[in-house]
Every structure is written in C-alpha cells, then in structure tokens.
Design a protein around this ligand. Structure first.
Ligand code: TNX
Length: 544
C-alpha cells in the first residue's frame, strides 16, 4: 500500500515535471511538416520528423547564374526579419549542409510550368523545379512554413526552423489571377507593385489591369496624347486621377514578370469609353438613344453624349453602360488600332483584353462588328484576345478567351465556339462586393460575399454544360468605384483572395470550408506581419 502510494507520488511528480518541461519548450520547434499551414494547399506533404535550422551561417545556392535573381528574391524576403545576411551563390551540385539550394537540374518534368518539389532534411532545404517559375512558387511555400514573423520588415527573434519532409506541388489551373480597376480610381505604381507582391505570396500568376473606363484613361498612348492629359485627369468622385507613362507601365510589367506574373492589360471597348470621347471629339458620335430592352442598369442622364464630333464632358459618377464608340466613324478603328499597337508593343505577355462588357447602348450588329475587328487587330499584333463574356456574341474562335462574370448563356456560347473560359462569377469572385451589409466600402449588386461564400464554389461545375477542360482558371476582379487607397484594396481583397488562389491552385477533391477556415485563421499572423489591413471576419478562427 505504502509502496503503491510512493509510486503514485513518483508518477505524479514525473508527469508534472513532464508537463512543466512541455510548456517550457521554446515555441517554434516544429517537426511535423504536415501540420504546417500552407495556402494554397499543396498536392502532397510528407513529414520525416526532423527539422532544418536557418542560421547566421546559412546561404542560398542556385544552380546556374540565371537563377540568381530568384535566389536574391528569397534572400530579400528572409534577411530583414532574421537579421541574417544570406548570400546568393551560383554553383553546380548540392551545397554543404545548413544551406538552401534552388535548382532546375534533373527536376521532374511532370511538375510542369509552375510545379516544384521541396525536400527538407536536417542538413538542407532543396527546392527543385523544371522551370524557374516553379522555383518562385516553391519559395512562397518556404516562406509559409517558416514562423509567421519571417514576414515582418524588422528584425525578429528566432529560432528559424522548418520541419523536415517533402512537398510535391503543382497547380490545377494555369490562370490564377486578380484584376485591379485603376480607372474608376487611380492607384500609384507603388500600390500596384504591393498588390503584385501580395498575390504572388498566394501563387497567383495573372494580374489584369483595367486601364480605361468612362471615368479615366490610365495608360499613355503616344499617338493619342489627350487620352491621358484630358481623359486621365479625373476619377470617380472628382479626384485628380492620374495615369501611367509608358515607362511606368513597363516598370510594372517587368516587376510582375520578375515574380512570374503576367500583366493582362485591358482597354474597355466599345462601351465604357467616355474618357476617350471626352479627350477626342472626333470619336464622339453624339447623343445615344438607349435600345429598348437592352438597357439593364439604371441609365444615367449622362447617356446624352452631347453634340456629335464634340468632346463629351469628363465623367465622375458610377453609372455603367451609357457610352459607346461608333462603327460608322472610320476614325474609331484607327484609334483602336493605334491603342492596341502601342499596348501590344509594351506588353511581353500574350494577352490583350478588349473589355466588351455592358455595351448597352451599342447596337447588337455593331457590337459584333466591333468584336470581330478588334479580334483581327489583336491577332495582327501577335496577341490573344481576352474579353468579358459578352464577346461570345462575336465571331470568335478557339484563340479567344472569354471571361465569365454573369451569364451562363454567354459562357455556353463561348464553349460552343471553342473558346477558353476564365471564371469570375460576380456572385462568388467579385472582390468589390461587400462582405455583409455593414462593410465600410464595396457594392452589393451581385451579392454580399462573406469569406465562406467566396471559398465555397468550384469553377469546374459553376456553369452547367461547361467542361473543365476549357476552363483556364479563376480570376477575382476588384472594381474600384468605392475603393480609393491601398487600405481599401487590402480590406476587400483580404482575406478572400487567398481563397481564390486556393480554388485556382489546389484540387477541389475534399476541399471544405471547415478545414480551410482553420488554415486561413492561422494566416492571420502572416497577414498581420505583412501589414495587410484585412477584414477580420467572424467566421474565421483568427490566430494573431
Ligand atoms: C460590372 S462586371 C462591371 C463593372 C463595374 C462592376 C461593379 C463587368 C464586366 N462590368 O463596370 O465596375 O460591375 O461591380
């Protein structure tokens, strides 16, 4: 009896000590890679139970000079918070232990354009991918399996440990993007670059810039200078607007390219065109009479475009669908051709987006003529035409890409013509929709989109009759009628954007909101470290 109680006492003492030891364990040392929070969720993760420590002695080795830039990108992400001075060195073969190694040599080509394999042992972090883009995507995973404080801009306390194991990963869809409307409100080059940084963190690869609309023309066109000097001079609400010089646009394009993100420039035609009509009277066909039954949105008194051949007034309101180019004016086609030629020359990516949405005051037959001629022009400059879903009415073919936002009818029409489809259903994927009726900015004409609703859909089965093979991917547009600064952008884009990134990258098999919301909650720390002004949805169990 006595002995028994001594045992019990010892047992209690031991387990007590164990509990104390456990709780004294420094926070951080994680050895189970499968427990890490990665968004978008990788294809497969295997843990091996050890850990790699990044230290002051660590460096980054890359296989070949052409990978140095990617290595430097990683160093730039890791140096500020660790306070280390990771150096990037090109060399052949595996480096000594304690380092990070990026290589394309001998990588599994099955991983495709953007896939990668990450192998972490006690000795080495090895990231291998058949293409540099895959290394870049894999680096985002490395960032996400380091402690959250790695994202701070100032020095933080280590240790900087990563659980060992293997991650094999590649995307489901090749088009994973977001659109920023810089026309309704103008955003600086710095803002656009920050947005690019943020979407890159979630492995997106497309940045669509909505460069013109009724309220503003935002890209310098040298052959038509008034477009920016006049058409770029204001914005919704009457602010001073702005525009990108061709040099600034190229700077954005190159910045995106360095993160393996393609800029898709959009000039919205033949509607949403008042900023051009206000810049050049010769483009203005005069008063528009809305066509019965085709004017869906509440029409503005502004649909009076004033006198023919006279510039219209600049517009600072938010109505849509009231302006149009005129087919009968041959100068119209010279204008569009000049714009597309200059834009194509500035754009290394394969796409030109010609808008095509909500041309409510363009006659249907004229609209079709426009789409056909725009398609010819885009092709003549060696580019692929992208347009909002309404372009499916034109004589488009399998080269064209149709961006679905509202009507299943147009999506089906596009499918019948063999075109590819980008999924941007407004009820699910519009970043400018409010979360709920209390959201401080945003619209709600399509829906209120809480974070769960934004995540809970599958592009492959969104529109009946559209097979997955013709779906290029997912894009989340951020229209900016109510968005005036970077905080506003962040508040609407986050935390919904990581969900769209996951829908585009990860398999839909077994995807559930209940599992995702826990991962998203843990990303609260990362978003805070990145200084993102995100919406703290009550539906998410935030860890901050
Ligand atoms: C519809 S969706 C538009 C935009 C507006 C947006 C506001 C589409 C292709 N056009 O012109 O900014 O709604 O949510």
């Amino acid at each position: 009896m006595k002995q028994f109680s001594t045992h019990t006492f010892l047992g209690l003492l031991l387990s007590g000590t164990f509990i104390v030891l456990l709780s004294c364990k420094p926070s951080g040392p994680k050895t189970d890679l499968t427990k890490e929070t990665i968004i978008p969720k990788p294809v497969s993760v295997t843990a091996t139970g050890d850990r790699f420590s990044l230290t002051d002695d660590s460096n980054i080795y890359v296989e070949g000079d052409e990978l140095k830039q990617i290595g430097q990108y990683l160093a730039n992400k890791l140096n500020p918070s660790t306070g280390f001075d990771l150096q990037v060195t090109a060399m052949a073969g595996e480096p000594p232990s304690g380092n990070i190694y990026l290589t394309t040599a001998g990588a599994d080509t099955q991983l495709g354009e953007e896939g990668y394999e990450l192998t972490i042992t006690e000795d080495l972090i090895k990231l291998s991918a058949p293409k540099p883009a895959g290394l870049f995507r894999g680096i985002q995973t490395i960032r996400q399996i380091l402690p959250s404080k790695i994202e701070f801009a100032s020095i933080q306390q280590g240790p900087w440990e990563i659980a060992s194991g293997t991650i094999r990963d590649y995307p489901t869809y090749s088009w994973r993007g977001s659109m920023l409307d810089v026309a309704r409100h103008f955003f600086s080059v710095e803002d656009v670059k920050r947005y690019i940084d943020l979407i890159a963190f979630y492995k997106m690869n497309i940045m669509h810039l909505h460069l013109s609309d009724d309220q503003g023309w935002r890209i310098e066109i040298k052959s038509w200078p008034n477009l920016t000097t006049i058409g770029g001079s204001t914005e919704v609400g009457g602010g001073k607007g702005g525009f990108y010089t061709q040099e600034q646009y190229s700077d954005i394009v190159n910045y995106a390219l360095s993160q393996f993100i393609t800029i898709v420039p959009e000039i919205d035609l033949p509607g949403h065109i008042n900023s051009a009509l206000a810049s050049y009277g010769e483009l203005n066909g005069g008063t528009i009479v809305p066509i019965e039954g085709r004017v869906k949105m509440n029409m503005s008194p502004k649909n009076d475009l004033g006198k023919k051949n006279r510039p219209t007034e600049l517009y600072m309101g938010t109505e849509v669908g009231w302006s149009t180019l005129r087919v009968e004016k041959e100068i119209t086609f010279k204008f569009v051709d000049d714009v597309l030629r200059e834009l194509a020359a500035l754009t290394p990516g394969p796409y030109l987006h010609i808008g095509g949405d909500e041309a409510h005051v363009t006659k249907k037959e004229d609209y079709i003529t426009f789409v056909n001629r725009f398609d010819d022009m885009v092709k003549s400059y060696g580019k692929v035409m992208v347009g909002w879903e309404e372009i499916a009415q034109g004589e488009i073919d399998s080269n064209a890409i149709v961006q679905h936002w509202s009507s299943p009818k147009y999506a089906l029409m596009a499918a019948e013509k063999g075109s590819k489809i980008i999924m941007s259903p407004a009820k699910k994927a519009y970043l400018d929709m409010q979360y709920d009726s209390t959201s401080r900015i945003g619209l709600h004409w399509a829906a209120y989109i809480e974070v769960d609703s934004a995540y809970n859909w599958d592009p492959a089965i969104r529109v009946d009759g559209i097979p997955q093979e013709i779906i290029l991917g997912v894009e989340a547009p951020l229209w900016s009628e109510t968005v005036t600064n970077m905080d506003d952008i962040e508040y609407l884009a986050f935390p919904r954007l990581p969900g769209y990134a996951e829908i585009g990258w990860s398999s839909s098999q077994g995807r559930t909101w209940d599992e995702y919301k826990v991962r998203l909650g843990k990303h609260g720390e990362r978003m805070r470290a990145l200084n993102i002004d995100f919406y703290r949805s009550k539906l998410v169990p935030w860890v901050e």
